[in-house]
Design a binder for this molecule. Structure first.
Ligand code: NAD
Ligand code: APR
Length: 237
């Protein structure tokens, strides 16, 4: 791994599964219990804001009873021990809206689909940290609009910081995908983007995903086992 200097890592719901947070498309996943059209689109929020706020309030409240797992902690170790110089870089992007990466010790993580622990003003786009129920949230502190919405990127919306992600993918020596089904774009296309610029690509997932065939290497297993093992490998431990 000596020739690896810049790494981009993408995580999905699978990295939080062993902490007890439902994934979306596994058996019993969120999209079996809720219709995307009812809780994860801008139209759903316009039609019934209270229902959508309630869905995300429940997911936020559930965070208080879960803990980061060995996979989250292993990525924090990688961040601590990865060389901090001009020649090296590490970008960790998550599709997850939970805070387990941060609670597992990771200092820098890019939430491309937003975060449960913040609220978004649909009128002016200002994001604010928000811990309570969204229905109790005050009007927007920036423009005064009444109803703050979940700071979560819904189907049909653009994820956060895409230019920064694509710039990192273009420079990556290695792209690693952890715990994602490869079902949702643009995240599902990152492996092809990185490979087109010459990066090596590795998938760590419970089972083969919709995108496994795009990867140079695909390892199947629990993130709680695969991620610490891979971090040890890449740090040359
Ligand atoms: P997409 O085409 O990226 O996603 C395709 C997958 O999403 C499908 O395979 C299906 O699994 C699911 N999906 C999308 N719409 C659905 C629907 N109406 N009913 C059932 N399943 C549906 O979806 P998109 O609309 O192009 O997404 C655009 C953006 O929204 C993307 O940038 C994505 O990152 C973001 N997004 C965010 C969330 C979230 O809850 N945070 C959910 C999905 C997508
Ligand atoms: N270890 C590793 N991988 C796991 C584990 C585990 N313990 N448990 C499940 N997985 C894998 C599953 O095999 C699956 O491929 O995690 C993946 C979860 O896939 P999804 O449920 O589709 O979640 P994700 O890929 O993050 O969804 C992408 O879709 O609905 C939107 O915005 C939502 O961010 C989400 C996006």
């Amino acid at each position: 791994m000596a020739d690896i200097r810049s790494i981009v890592i993408l995580t999905g719901a699978g990295i939080s599964a062993e902490s007890g947070i439902d994934t979306f498309r596994d058996a019993g996943g969120l999209w079996e219990k809720h219709r995307i059209e009812d809780v994860a689109t801008p139209e759903a929020f316009a039609r019934n804001p209270a229902l959508v706020q309630g869905f995300y309030d429940a997911r936020r409240a559930a965070l208080d009873s879960v803990e980061p797992n060995a996979a989250h902690k292993a990525l924090a170790r990688l961040e601590r021990e990865w060389p901090d110089d001009e020649a090296h870089s590490l970008l960790i992007v998550t599709q997850n809206v939970d805070d387990l990466h941060e609670r597992g010790g990771l200092q820098n993580v890019l939430h491309m689909h937003g975060e449960l622990r913040s609220a978004l003003c649909g009128a002016c786009g200002v994001r604010t940290r928000w811990e309570g129920a969204l229905s109790d949230a005050p009007p927007c502190t920036s423009c005064g609009a009444p109803a703050l919405r979940p700071d979560v990127v819904w189907f049909g919306e653009m994820p956060y910081q895409m230019p920064r992600i694509y710039e990192a993918l273009a420079r990556a020596d290695l792209f690693v995908s952890i715990g994602t089904s490869g079902a949702v774009y643009p995240a599902a296309g990152f492996v092809q983007e990185a490979a087109a610029y010459g990066a090596r690509t590795l998938e760590l997932n419970l089972e083969r995903s919709e995108g496994s065939h795009w990867f140079d290497e695909s390892r199947q297993g629990r993130a709680g086992a695969l991620v610490p093992e891979w971090v040890e490998e890449v740090l040359g431990g």
